[in-house]
Structure formats: structure tokens, C-alpha cells
Design a binder for this molecule. Sequence first.
Ligand code: ADP
Ligand code: MG
Length: 289
Amino acid sequence: MQNQANKLKDIVQKAPKNQAKTKFIAITSGKGGVGKSTISVNSAILLAEYGYKVALFDADIGLANLDVLLNVRCSKNILNVLKGECSLEDIIEPINDNLILIPGDSGDEILKYSDQFIYERFFDEATSLNDLDYIIIDTGAGIGENTRLFLNAADEVIVVTIPDPAAITDAYATIKITSKFKNEVHLVLNMVKNQKEAKLIYEKINKVAKGNIGSNFSLELLGSIPSDKNIAKSIRNRTIFVEEYPSSFATADLKDIVKKLILKVEHKVLDSRKDSSFGGFIKRLLEQF
Ligand SMILES: Nc1ncnc2c1ncn2[C@@H]1O[C@H](COP(=O)(O)OP(=O)(O)O)[C@@H](O)[C@H]1O
Ligand SMILES: [Mg+2]
């Protein structure tokens, strides 16, 4: 294993650097079923609507995969590309003019296929994605090592929770783990009664974070989304909520969240040493092994 890791290090160091300025946003949660995939898909649709080039990267291989939510069928994923069974282009699903889906993997399999030729080809192919502005990563729930790799490699981490006490406890565990490698986490409260409830819950979590994590760390409330039965209905009907219900409160709140995120991200000073391409992101993932 050590040898394989060394070999991989060698390969990733040789991978080409480039000028892409893609922002990687990881959407995660402590508990499953809190709305990560719903928020990932609808935020990506909104970003695309605003004119950004966006990709959704599905890193949660579970029941409700993003291809199902987007009503497309993916039979292969990034692992097949890394194994050399197909090209990156083969797995990418165009959703609209500004949005693509990259079927991903939860992370546990990636190191097994560290063949030099394939990685080189992969980094080469990945330059075709250099014009992407945002990649939204829908991660698995919980604080497993694979999810942690994605959170660490992402530029921004959004933790989603619902008002349920067990979900809040798990969200806090995720925030605490993330604070070991990020000094900022964004919180989205989903399925709330109103914004006041969201704010109260945020203040509670933030108080615990301030007391336990330290003053260098900041937890920001990005926003909240009310419970809306039409969200579940759109998922059942394989339609996109923000497109089908553009004037709902939930869509308005999601728009606020996305706009706030854009402002945050665009105000940050770019680290010119970092390779902000999709290839660079995969490289950052691999370097953590
Ligand atoms: N704001 C909301 N109001 C009502 N139902 C919601 C809301 N957000 C998500 N849901 C529903 O909750 C369920 C879980 O959402 P999903 O996005 O699959 O969660 P996760 O990806 O975190 O497991 C889905 O049936 C979805 O329709
Ligand atoms: Mg999901």
C-alpha cells in the first residue's frame, strides 16, 4: 500500500497545473434525508440560470442519486474513467446549456485504481472542464473518512440540517470535524417552520461551536428553507422544484442562499498557488491518501 501511495504521489505531482478558476462547494450533513441532494440540484440549477457554468458531482452513491433527481440515466461513473474503461466525456451528462452532471464515487474505491497511464489521461481530459465556474459536490452523510476527503478538498463546505434534535447533534459533529481543516463552515437549515426558528437553531449551534472549537473558526448561517410539500412532489415527479415553483417561498429562500454564496465566494482572494481545476480537485483528493 505504501508503495502504491508513493507511486500515486509521483503521478499527481506530475499532473499539469492550469488556470481554471472553478469553485468547489461541498454540500454535506450529519444525518441523511435532510435535503442535501435537493439543495445541490436546485442550487446548481439556479447558478446555471444566473449564467455560471456549473457541474454537479455526485459523491453520494445511495438511493436517490442525482441522475434520478435530474431524470437522466448514468450507467458509468468517475471510477470507470479512472480505471480506463471509458473517457471522462463518456460519463458526463449534459443537463442544460450551463449545467452538467459528473457521476462520482463516494471515494473508497479511487486509490485502488492508481495506474499511471490512466491518471495522466484523466488529468489531460479533465482540462476540458476548465471553464466551469462552480462544481457542487453532493457528499454522503456523516463523518466517514471518504466524506472528510471531499470536505477537505473543497473550497467551501455547506452543512445542511433540519430542526430535529438528532440531526442537529449530527450536524454539530460534522461541523466539529470540519473545523479541524477549515476555518469556516456555512450552515443551511432546511425544512424549518420560519426564519425565526432557523435563526434560533443557528444561534444555539454557534454558541456551542464558539465555546468548543475556538475563536479562529466561524460558523455562518447561509440561510434557511421552509418545509414545502411541493419539494417532495417535484422529486416524485422528476421535475426541478425551482423551475416548477419559481414563485414559492422555498425558491425565494434558495435564491437568497445561492446569491449569498456567490457573494462570499467572489469576495475571497484567490490562492494563486492552488490548482482550481477539476483535475486539481481530484489531485487534492488523492494527495490526502
Ligand atoms: N424543504 C423541504 N420541504 C419538504 N420536503 C423536503 C425539503 N427538502 C427536502 N425534502 C424531501 O426530503 C427528502 C430527503 O431529501 P434529499 O435531498 O434526498 O436528502 P439527502 O440528500 O440529504 O438524503 C426528499 O423526499 C425531499 O423531497
Ligand atoms: Mg442525497
